[in-house]
Design a protein around this ligand. Structure first.
Ligand SMILES: [Zn+2]
Length: 174
């Protein structure tokens, strides 16, 4: 029997098993991390929904007061509606983040989630917008060890193109 071969084989499987264990632990840690992230987002969504509901209720009260011919400040209703819009936008943002933390795609049209690689919502069929480039975590970039005669170090810095936004003066009505 070729003992060397057997030993080599055993060693190979041992190292593979070790690597698999490391990968599994890594995956478990990532899953746990994701779970915490999802839970946190879920809580924020819950809170924000409560705030939106409170605003809806306030608008409803004002509308009812108007219906009863009681004096109602219209600007207050506008304020509340604007606030609702703002919070709903924030809510959508959180829903998207939550879906992403579960590796899913959030549908703005119906509120369901689909597989990440889908081009259309699996629930309502709406076409998904093209995915923006994923955010790269620069902190995880491995540092390149510097060479003594490193010629690439003398790279000219790239000047970012600045686009100045011109604000149109708004005509003020008095
Ligand atoms: Zn949908």
């Amino acid at each position: 029997m070729k003992t060397d071969d057997i030993i080599a084989k055993v060693k190979a499987t041992a190292s593979q098993a070790g690597q698999a264990a490391v990968k599994a632990a890594d995956k478990a840690a990532k899953t746990a991390e994701r779970f915490v992230e999802t839970t946190k987002l879920q809580y924020q969504i819950y809170e924000l929904k409560g705030e939106v509901d409170a605003l809806y209720k306030e608008v409803g009260k004002l509308m009812h007061a108007a219906h009863q011919n009681k004096p109602v400040e219209e600007s207050r209703i506008d304020e509340l509606l604007t606030e609702i819009d703002r919070k709903l936008a924030g809510l959508e943002d959180l829903q998207e983040k939550k879906a992403r933390s579960k590796n899913r795609k959030y549908c703005k049209a119906c509120g369901n989630t689909s597989e990440m690689d889908q081009a259309y919502c699996g629930h309502c069929g709406v076409a998904f917008e093209a995915e923006p480039a994923p955010e790269t975590d620069k902190a995880e970039e491995p540092e390149v060890p510097t060479d003594e005669n490193d010629e690439t170090a003398e790279q000219a810095p790239v000047e970012p193109e600045t686009e100045e936004l011109q604000e149109e003066p708004q005509s003020e009505e008095e």
